[in-house]
Structure formats: structure tokens, C-alpha cells
Write a new protein. Structure first.
Length: 132
């Protein structure tokens, strides 16, 4: 199902040196109810062995990470040939924030960067602080 937002903003970062990439999308919906419907639709879409556009990439079942992120959130592990990562989807008010972290196997640990959940939690807190 398609859940078109009123506004969508996207940021992406990539480091060839660290072999890591990150993408963030913010989607603002007409209402909290519409955002909640979109969140539930995402969870349903990635449950039960969701297909990806790349058959070498596998997604885990969604895991509730609300306690770690501070708002309603799920995370999905992303694994493939020499690649690992995580996707995180967060619902706050009329906003859905999605984060995708991906890199060469072991690259995140080797770089010493913050965990994806820590990054998402801090970023979402900034959103909460900004929009109230």
C-alpha cells in the first residue's frame, strides 16, 4: 500500500573510506492518524519475509525498539553478500522518520561510530524538541 506524505525530506551520507552509508527520510503526514497508518503499513510490508529489490539482501522480522529510541519505533536487520545494516522506522506525532544504515560487514564496529539506535534516538529527540 502507498501512504503519500504531505512533505518528504531526505538526507544521505556516504563514506567510501569507512565503507559506510546512511540515509534519513522524514515524512510529514496530514495527521497523527495518517502517520500511524503509514507506520503500521511499513511494519506489515517488512514482516513475513518481505521481498527486496536485490535478491541477495535479506530483511529480518521487525523488532520493537521503542524503549531504545524513545518514540514508537521498529528496526529491521539488513544482511547480504558482505553487507550488513539496519533500517529503523520511528513514528512521532504526524511524522515518520526512517533511517537506513548500511556498510561492509564489520565496518561500523571498526569505525567506532555510534550505534544506529543511538543515532536515531538522538535525531528523533531533536525532532521532538523542535516540533514539541
Amino acid at each position: 500500500a502507498d501512504f503519500p506524505p504531505l512533505v518528504k525530506a531526505q538526507k544521505a551520507f556516504q563514506s567510501d573510506e569507512l565503507q559506510l552509508a546512511m540515509q534519513q527520510d522524514l515524512r510529514v503526514f496530514e495527521s497523527d492518524a495518517d502517520a500511524s497508518t503509514a507506520f503500521d503499513g511499513f511494519v506489515e510490508a517488512v514482516s513475513c519475509g518481505a521481498e527486496t529489490s536485490d535478491p541477495s539482501i535479506q530483511l529480518s522480522e521487525p523488532t520493537d525498539v521503542t524503549d531504545q529510541v524513545g518514540q514508537k519505533a521498529v528496526a529491521v536487520s539488513i544482511t547480504g553478500d558482505g553487507v550488513e545494516g539496519v533500517g529503523i522506522v520511528v513514528h512521532y506525532s504526524d511524522v515518520i522518520a526512517t533511517y537506513q544504515f548500511q556498510g561492509a560487514a564489520g565496518a561500523a564496529e571498526a569505525s567506532g561510530i555510534a550505534s544506529p539506535l543511538e543515532f536515531a534516538a538522538a535525531n528523533v529527540q531533536g525532532i521532538v524538541d523542535t516540533i514539541g
